[in-house]
Design a binder for this molecule. Structure first.
Ligand SMILES: Nc1nc2c(ncn2[C@@H]2O[C@H](COP(=O)(O)OP(=O)(O)OP(=O)(O)O)[C@@H](O)[C@H]2O)c(=O)[nH]1
Ligand SMILES: [Mg+2]
Length: 212
């Protein structure tokens, strides 16, 4: 532990609800939003809980595909963390899987208050084609993106250094954009929290006149 100030002191939390279909209901609010994106089971909901220092604010499950809606979590009446459904879980029926991708895409394209995205990659796995496709897509949309390397607690020091090196090589991301994280030890929490605070203070990269 360092004596550094907590970059994100949690004073108030509210679950605003879920969006089930692209263009469907979403909370009517204008706070800046930051979205968590990644494969099913990569640890999106767990990392969200660590960031807001709550055990079960967002639902975590051993069953991949748990989060099936776009869930909106308001923090400190200041910004909103968006927990997106996981993509690319093979055992989910193809049609369902495409529906999720449609939902993620609709969210990314239509959200004027979106300030940035945290893409989560599992430290123990090679990034999949879905991951690489998502990173390409985000850079095409020019959305500010940070990469959280999750579950680093499952690796030894040597393994994790090697794994992070490989992930950086495979994805071509800037090493400074990759943050090692663990929902079990809390590692990476403050770094991600600080990055979120920076993202929400920046003006939306997306011009107001961007067609929906
Ligand atoms: N060891 C370890 N396990 C983790 C970590 N983060 C998540 N897990 C576990 O991984 C599983 C999936 O976590 P979730 O947070 O539900 O993952 P998700 O990305 O939200 O999954 P979907 O909602 O299905 O897309 C759960 O069993 C978690 O306990 C971590 O940092 N370390
Ligand atoms: Mg989830």
């Amino acid at each position: 532990m360092t004596a550094d100030k907590d970059p994100l002191v949690i004073r108030h939390l509210a679950f605003l609800g879920g969006m089930a279909v692209g263009g469907g209901w979403r909370p009517d609010q204008t706070f800046p939003e930051v979205a968590f994106i990644g494969r099913s089971n990569v640890g999106k909901s767990s990392l969200l809980n660590v960031i807001v220092r709550r055990k079960a604010f967002a639902r975590v499950s051993r069953t991949p595909g748990r989060t099936q809606e776009v869930n909106f979590f308001e923090v400190n009446k200041e910004f909103v963390i968006v927990d997106l459904p996981g993509y690319g879980y093979a055992r989910v029926a193809k049609t369902k899987r495409h529906a999720w991708q449609g939902l993620i895409d609709a969210y990314l394209r239509n959200t004027q208050q979106l300030r940035g995205v945290v893409v989560l990659l599992d430290a123990r796995r090679e990034p999949t084609d879905d991951d690489l496709g998502m990173l390409d897509y985000l850079s095409e949309l020019e959305i500010p993106t940070l990469v959280a390397i999750t579950k680093v607690d499952k690796l030894s020091k040597t393994e994790r250094a090697e794994s992070i090196k490989q992930i950086v090589l495979t994805t071509g991301i800037d090493p400074s954009q990759a943050v090692p994280c663990s929902a079990h030890t809390g590692e990476g929490r403050d770094e991600i929290a600080e990055a979120l605070m920076q993202l929400i203070q920046e003006p939306a990269w997306r011009a107001a006149e961007t067609p929906l």
